[in-house]
Design a protein around this ligand. Sequence first.
Ligand code: AMP
Length: 225
Amino acid sequence: MNTVRHKRCYKSRVIEESVLYSCKEDFMKRICVFCGSSPGAKQDYLNAAALLGSLLARKGISLVYGGGSVGVMGHLAKACLNAGGDVIGIIPRRLKESGVAFSGLDKLYVVETMRERKAMMTEVSDGFIALPGGLGTIEEFIEVLTLAQLGMHTKPCGLLNVCGFFDKMIDFLNYATQQRFIDNIHFNMMLIDETPEGMLKKFEDYQAPQADKIAWVVKMSEGID
Ligand code: AMP
């Protein structure tokens, strides 16, 4: 299988901001984390968020996230800041005005729409991790994975499967793969690990597959009227 190393430098067309878009040669500068605005039902979710936040800080990787102060999101950001990390929040104006933005953030970027927020998160980040969360988390993660299968970026996308939280979603995506709606190669692009350390190791080793979704769809459609 042909692979390419994920790209390290990005220029944004969304918002010009030198602090965000400076290109460095080192491994990962910024990782975007999607996670619940609710704390969820288990303390383990919050613990995993705190562990990931402090690990990013220790490794000198900036955290990009939704800018919220509540739930798993809030725990993640607090842990990263407390460990001396760099946190970049990107929040739509409406959410900020509803009072859920993290007030102590130096780098809180306020955008007008959810779409603008996702575009900015995707553009400035070198990889994406989903922690346990709800519809927003799932939608954000599936979008970056969809962009990856279309070759629109080559950055790693990982599910931090705390206490097996994502097991059923992984099972479903596996079923969709067996039913030939997802190419095996694209299913396997989704990195899965139970620990933040394990996930970052997988990010380091990640080689994006050069597998054309459109070519695969055409091949699957051959002989079908
Ligand atoms: P959910 O998993 O439905 O709680 O949604 C969480 C995801 O959606 C996060 O990764 C955020 O990007 C976004 N989001 C949802 N609620 C908020 C909020 N109160 N503040 C900031 N971002 C939020």
